[in-house]
Design a protein around this ligand. Structure first.
Ligand SMILES: Cc1ncc(COP(=O)(O)O)c(C=O)c1O
Length: 392
């Protein structure tokens, strides 16, 4: 169904990943660089999604559009069938992305100067957005052992008490660590937050990208009965490679939270999705399942390729199979190289663009993030370039 072997030339398509290397990495000549950084894929979107957008394009009038009941039904069916989460249509609001949803939640439920908790390392907008909105961001470091992260519940709770935390932003599953939090862990987080009256925002954009049979558990399911105040955001964009189409769903069962979010959306003129996003979202959730299954197999194979070769070829480098995402979190602490030295080698000698770990906060130092959602030939090329970069 999908095509995960063909190399599609993405240069000169206004692609952030391929066409913004100079701006992001400061490299003059980018023609030769292999980009394995920002989290989108080099694969064509599922055929039914392209067809749905094409059908919309074939109608030449692009007037105001709305998210129809069919769209909401498709979202609800996806969550119920895959994760056993029963979402009512009226619990849903739509946003142009999960990042805009984070911004709305921060602005709606906290005040300037309030403290917001995140567990690090984590996706950069989790700290950048609250900071830009003049909130204080409290970093609770995840415990780490051999590249596997876990929550230090004692220090998590202590951070809430010490800083009078108003909002906790959770990444479930976790980017960049690729961790699928267990139901037990999620419930414990929810119980703490409920007890201390901390609102939880659960970013579940990577939920559908579970590897090797691992299960995603929505925070809404794990936290049932805890009384925690919760807003969740999901999206078809990471799952089906539609980041440029921009669509996300913001879900909360709590009528009061919903009405405050609705008010915020109205006050800021946010409404609806564009005509193509609504068409793509519906087709993705209705017909994208088989494509996703093939994608997962491809990602697993690509990851194994890196795991089998890189640590053997490069002393001091460790890689493990994550539970979720198409992102490898590569531990190079034992090479003794600084981040600056590592990035210099990769970019200038290897001609390979990976993400430096500190982009995910100081807790990410000594790690690199590698995106393997690209044809196998590119993954092999990336491995070769990494090895070359580390040679004398
Ligand atoms: C955890 C997480 N949240 C949100 C996003 C981006 O969301 P959006 O493109 O819908 O704004 C990403 C993209 O990599 C991500 O990793």
């Amino acid at each position: 169904m999908g095509n995960f072997t063909e190399t599609i030339d993405r240069r000169s398509t206004r692609s952030v990943k391929w066409d913004r290397l100079k701006e992001v990495y400061g490299v003059e000549d980018t023609t030769d660089i292999l980009p394995m950084w920002v989290a989108d894929m080099d694969f064509a979107a599922p055929e039914p999604v392209i067809r749905a957008m094409q059908e919309r394009l074939d109608h030449p009038v692009f007037g105001y559009s709305y998210v129809c009941d069919g769209c909401k039904k498709a979202v609800a069916a996806w969550q119920l069938d895959r994760y056993g989460w029963k979402v009512e249509p009226e619990w849903m609001q739509f946003a142009h992305g999960v990042v805009p949803a984070i911004a709305s939640v921060v602005e709606t439920f906290t005040e300037k100067g309030d403290n917001i908790l995140i567990t690090t390392p984590v996706y950069p907008p989790f700290f950048a957005i609250p900071s830009l909105q003049e909130r204080q961001v409290v970093h609770n470091r995840l415990s780490e052992s051999d590249g596997v992260y876990s929550i230090d519940f004692d220090s998590f709770e202590q951070a809430i008490d010490e800083h009078d935390i108003k909002l906790f932003i959770l990444c479930n599953p976790h980017n960049p660590g690729g961790i699928a939090w267990s139901g037990k862990d999620l419930k414990r987080l929810a119980e703490i937050c409920a007890r201390k009256d901390v609102l939880v925002f659960s970013d579940e954009i990577h939920a559908d990208l579970m590897l090797e049979g691992k299960k995603h558990i929505p925070m809404a399911v794990a936290s049932e009965g805890t009384g925690v105040k919760l807003v969740t955001s999901i999206a078809p964009t990471k799952t089906f490679n539609l980041a440029g189409v921009q669509a996300a769903i913001v879900i909360t069962e709590d009528p009061e939270l919903r009405s405050r979010l609705e008010h915020h959306a109205m006050a800021h003129g946010h409404s609806n999705l564009n005509a193509f996003a609504a068409a793509a979202l519906t087709a993705a959730y209705e017909e994208g399942g088989p494509w996703l299954e093939e994608l997962i197999g491809t990602i697993e194979d690509n990851m194994k390729l890196v795991i089998d070769q890189l640590p053997d070829a490069v002393p001091g480098v460790k890689v493990r199979m994550p539970d979720a995402t198409y992102l490898l979190w590569i531990d190079y602490r034992d090479t003794g190289l600084s981040e600056e030295e590592m990035m210099d080698r990769l970019l200038n000698k290897g001609k390979l663009a990976l993400e430096p770990g500190t982009k995910y906060s100081e807790a990410g130092r000594g790690f690199l993030r590698m995106n393997v959602a690209t044809p196998k030939s590119n993954v092999q090329e990336g491995i070769n370039r990494f090895i070359k970069a580390m040679g004398n």
